[in-house]
Design a protein around this ligand. Structure first.
Ligand SMILES: Cc1ncc(COP(=O)(O)O)c(C=O)c1O
Length: 368
């Protein structure tokens, strides 16, 4: 059996006719930037995320960056970021001119630990950036309490967790200005680049619209030295279409994850742990094992493609060489990088495919 790591067939196949209609509407509108599709998508996404405002942005990295800009975080400021995130979270802080301070994750959930955040708060700390990694909500109640106590801003990185909740509240609705990505492989994916900022604050929403559009609200009048970080109009239209299906796709992800969890419950690999107050939308289904590389090779030889999220934590990337970190600087993040393996999981993956992957994993350990 050949099982790709990711396939869009089951999501995009049935939507093709509707997607072509979106394209035709876009084409005929003759309004290709910040048009009606962007406006409609911003309403749709705000409604979906249960927030007052959503602002369409060019991609997730730019959304994180603008969220920091509108909160006036920049040179001289420190921002606390998980040590085991995708590098975009840290890069956004650098783009804003602030300093990244890494904090270790909780060993069970892999999400940034509130205790570690508190340990890293210093006189220059201005902001916390929790990342809802792999699709599980961070402990947002403790994080917001910490932020309140220390007078800090919160920017959630919700790129991987569309529709996840903590104590029933959707991720992307807690922080002051929150960013998400619609990179094609995300739970809600564009057919190209796209992102968004969500916020409950009218003033911040206004500023996001200004910063993404050359610092201008009124054409040819520039309030700030802004950027061209506008969402692509066609992607906005396609995302509105996909949002209609996100409920169904999320349920399917959760069902498939439960099948993996039950198939592998007696096996020797570490399975995803879900915090009792959090929901997990399984953007990724990540197992852990010290034999990770050998298991990945075995699965590959048997037709199953897997991916490592992520093989090198940000502080050990070449890009951070001058920052003075070494192996051992963040042991939990480093251990996760050495042991994590993401299994195929996407809407359309069949039960028998989940069973095939699970059986292979059990067989791998039986043969050792
Ligand atoms: C956690 C996280 N943050 C930020 C990003 C950046 O999003 P984008 O690729 O749309 O810039 C991604 C995904 O790529 C991500 O996984």
């Amino acid at each position: 059996m050949e099982i790709p790591f990711l396939s869009f067939s089951a999501q995009h196949g049935p939507l093709k006719k509707e997607a072509m209609q979106v394209f035709e509407q876009f084409y005929d509108s003759q309004y290709y930037v910040l048009g009606k599709m962007t406006a409609a998508f911003e309403e749709d996404y705000a409604q979906f995320n249960e927030v007052k405002h959503a602002i369409g942005i060019s991609n997730g990295l730019d959304a994180l960056h603008i969220a920091l800009k509108v909160l006036e975080i920049g040179p001289g400021d420190e921002v606390i970021v998980p040590s085991n995130t995708y590098i975009a979270t840290a890069l956004a802080v650098e783009m804003a001119g602030a300093r990244v301070v890494f904090a270790e994750p909780d060993e069970k959930t892999y999400n940034i630990s509130p205790k570690e955040i508190e340990k890293n708060i210093g006189p220059k700390t201005r902001c916390i950036m929790p990342v809802h990694l792999y699709g599980q909500a961070c402990e947002m109640e403790s994080i917001m309490n910490l932020a309140g106590r220390y007078g800090l801003k919160v920017v959630e990185d919700n790129a991987q967790a569309h529709a996840a909740t903590f104590k029933g509240v959707k991720t992307g609705a807690f922080g002051h200005a929150n960013a998400t990505s619609f990179y094609p492989s995300k739970n809600v994916g564009a057919l190209g680049e796209a992102g968004a900022i969500t916020t409950q604050d009218d003033g911040l929403a206004y500023l996001c619209k200004v910063w993404r559009n050359y610092g201008s609200e009124k054409r040819y009048h520039n309030m700030v030295k802004g950027y061209n970080n506008r969402i692509d109009e066609l992607q906005a239209g396609l995302l509105s279409l996909k949002l209609k299906y996100i409920g169904q796709w999320t349920q399917e992800r959760i069902r498939l994850a439960q099948r993996y969890l039950s198939n592998l419950s007696k096996g020797p690999v570490v399975l995803p742990y879900i915090h009792p107050d959090a929901s997990h939308v399984f953007h990724l289904f990540v197992i852990r094992t010290p034999q990770r590389d050998a298991l990945q090779k075995y699965l590959d030889e048997n037709g199953v493609k897997t991916v490592i999220h992520y093989p090198i934590p940000p502080h050990l990337q070449e890009a951070y060489r001058s920052s003075g970190y070494n192996p051992g600087s963040f042991p939990i993040a480093e251990e996760l990088a050495q042991t994590s393996l993401s299994l195929p999981l996407y809407p359309g993956l069949k039960d028998e495919e989940v069973d095939y992957v699970s059986d292979l994993i059990l067989k791998f350990y039986k043969n050792r």
